[in-house]
Design a protein around this ligand. Sequence first.
Ligand code: ADP
Ligand code: MG
Length: 366
Amino acid sequence: MITVKHLSKTYTDAARPLTVLRDVNCEIEKGEVISIIGPSGTGKSTFLRCINLLEQPTSGEIIVNGTNILDKKTDLNAVRQKMGMVFQSFNLFNHLSILHNVTIGPIKLLKMSKENAEKQAMELLRMVGLAEKADAMPSELSGGQKQRVAIARCLSMKPDVILFDEPTSALDPTMVSEVLSVIRQLAKQGMTMLIVTHEMKFARDVSSRIFFMNDGVIYEEGTPEDIFEHPQKPVTKAFINRIRTLEYEIKNPDFDLHRMNAEIEQFCQKYALGDDIFNRILHLVEEIPAIMMQQPGAIHLKLDYSEKNYNVYLEFIQDNCLDSILENPDTDEVALSLIRGCCEKIEENTSENARRIRAKVRRDER
Ligand code: ADP
Ligand code: MG
């Protein structure tokens, strides 16, 4: 239904040109529900806006139902009518009643009779649970209700596909589910939809596929299970597992241990890791580098905390070193047993001219 090839978009209106989409390629079948997730500023909104030509792409092709919509000869209004868009901020006509908001498009643009438009509007309002509010004004509605009207208004144009740009992110948390529930219902009815969202559980449940966007490209795509359970690429993994990272470079034995400890303490406080974990991390960052530094070479330390599964990992990498410390009979036994006591798991590998120790910090059962 929609094919996107080598889509790119560079904004040139600002002082410096900014390339927001670099090379986006995808194919979307009729009836698919695709959630687009990823960090902010990676071009998700720009992508949706290019698809319905609210933004003019810099290069590439967008083919909708066999028509290249970037072709000069294409009737843009016809294309836009077939693509509904629901925004974060509803964009209702505030001076028109709810019913009128849902009839104006079909009457003006589809040349539907007032009677038919009103009949259709009432059906749509019933579907989104707001038939009772037909005569109300937008200002009398809550955010969640307004967004449901915006969806009904979008449907009144009989679109082939609906693009949602963070439809729930402007809402009070109590109103998120009433809007998601309407979108779920549309998915069941087979509506083709592209949904930019931060609601991960919803994206997982409702989507046939997930696009993970990062840095202007579809960085990884797959089924919800692929992306949420088995992400393959590093940025996807970090995003999905909500990994928070602290990195530190230990250049030589005279490094500032207190500075490092203070940073670790701040990190642990920020993510409420608890004193036990903090103390274990401190032992590990003291003992492991002390052993490693018997060989020359800077140590790169990385502390990872997943806000999803609460795992804490410490990693130490030292270039140009191939000796084992865990298997080495010269390693101090007391230090080693202290290290092992702080870890649920500790692995060492020496390859590609570096040694790497990765420790899963032990945490107490909750
Ligand atoms: P996302 O929706 O993933 O958060 P956006 O597509 O909104 O990302 O924005 C991507 C980048 O493009 C951001 O750095 C944003 O500031 C920039 N941007 C968005 N719209 C415009 C515009 N009209 N002019 C210039 N820069 C823009
Ligand atoms: Mg956005």
